[in-house]
Design a protein around this ligand. Structure first.
Ligand code: SF4
Ligand code: SF4
Length: 287
């Protein structure tokens, strides 16, 4: 069984309830400017930024992907997957506060990361292999941090109502392709290593949509891949379509999916080249 979690972790004392919540589960919670703990949760935390979150924030700040990555993020690695992840860089002041928090709240509130939207809930995706095939299931966990007084408020929600109120659906939908790549990599186990080139491809699509756009439109990429005019027009004019195309390309290039194919002539040339190399290796090995 594999899991991928979405949720912030905190250096402060917290408790993840050992209970599985589903969309109909109810909980009491309300966060507003009047709570004594207002913005306390925006300090000393580890917030992973999936690709859509990065695009939303860099556009909100009106900076390039590169500038955003340099100024506001850190590079980390996701468990034993060997895959790089980008996390929001907390400041070295005031208990490691988030660069976007002020006494009045979050300055990027309408573009805040999915983790901040979910809080105090964390989502986990379970992937189970059975005789019938692979089954994926989402469930939710409740994070109760000692400093968070929101649980003492009188507003009650189902998880589904909370998700709607916080606008997480679009984030989950946009980041799905990226999550699928991570789950696929995890399913191969920690010993299945990706090449340096494959990791660079993953990192480019994941973190730097500007660089990926350059790669697609200013290299020989379009000469090599079989891409319809319709797809080309879509990815040229829409950053999010380009991001989703990037996930499909990664799935094809890293795991042999059929979503983005090389042109026939390019594929044939590659096969010829591999055969020639194999022939040369065999003749060298012959005494
Ligand atoms: S109620 Fe909880 S979520 Fe809201 S500001 Fe306080 S600590 Fe943060
Ligand atoms: S992005 Fe906004 S909501 Fe999230 S930790 Fe920073 S200030 Fe708080």
């Amino acid at each position: 069984m594999e899991e991928q979690k979405t949720g912030q972790t905190s250096a402060k004392k917290s408790m993840i309830e050992p209970t599985r919540y589903n969309l109909d589960s109810r909980f009491r919670f309300r966060c507003h400017k009047g709570v004594k703990c207002f913005t306390l949760c925006c300090r000393g935390i580890n917030i992973i930024l999936p690709p859509y979150d990065i695009i939303r924030i860099k556009n909100r700040l009106k900076v390039s992907s590169e500038e955003f990555l340099q100024k506001y993020t850190r590079l980390d690695f996701l468990g034993h997957t060997q895959l790089p992840v980008i996390t929001l860089k907390m400041l070295d002041v005031e208990d490691g506060r988030c660069p976007f928090v002020t006494p009045d709240g979050c300055t990027i509130y309408s573009d805040r990361p999915s983790t901040c939207r979910y809080y105090p809930i964390g989502m986990t995706t379970c992937k189970e292999q059975s005789k019938e095939g692979v089954r994926e299931e989402d469930f939710y966990l409740m994070v109760r941090e000692n400093h968070c007084l929101g649980f003492q408020e009188d507003k009650e929600w189902t998880i589904e109502e909370w998700r709607k109120d916080q606008g997480v659906d679009i984030y989950d939908e946009m980041n799905r392709g990226w999550m699928e790549i991570i789950l696929r990599k995890k399913s191969y186990g920690p010993t299945a290593e990706l090449s340096k080139g494959a990791l660079q491809m993953f990192f480019m699509v994941y973190s730097d949509i500007d660089k990926f756009r350059q790669f697609v439109f200013e290299s020989s990429f379009l000469e090599k891949y079989d891409i319809s005019n319709e797809t080309r027009a879509k990815i040229e004019s829409d950053e999010l379509e380009l991001m989703k195309f990037g996930f499909d390309w990664l799935k094809s290039a890293l795991f042999g999916a059929e979503a983005v194919k090389l042109k026939d002539e390019v594929l044939q040339a590659k096969v010829r080249e591999m055969r020639e190399k194999a022939g040369q290796a065999a003749s060298k090995a012959t005494p």
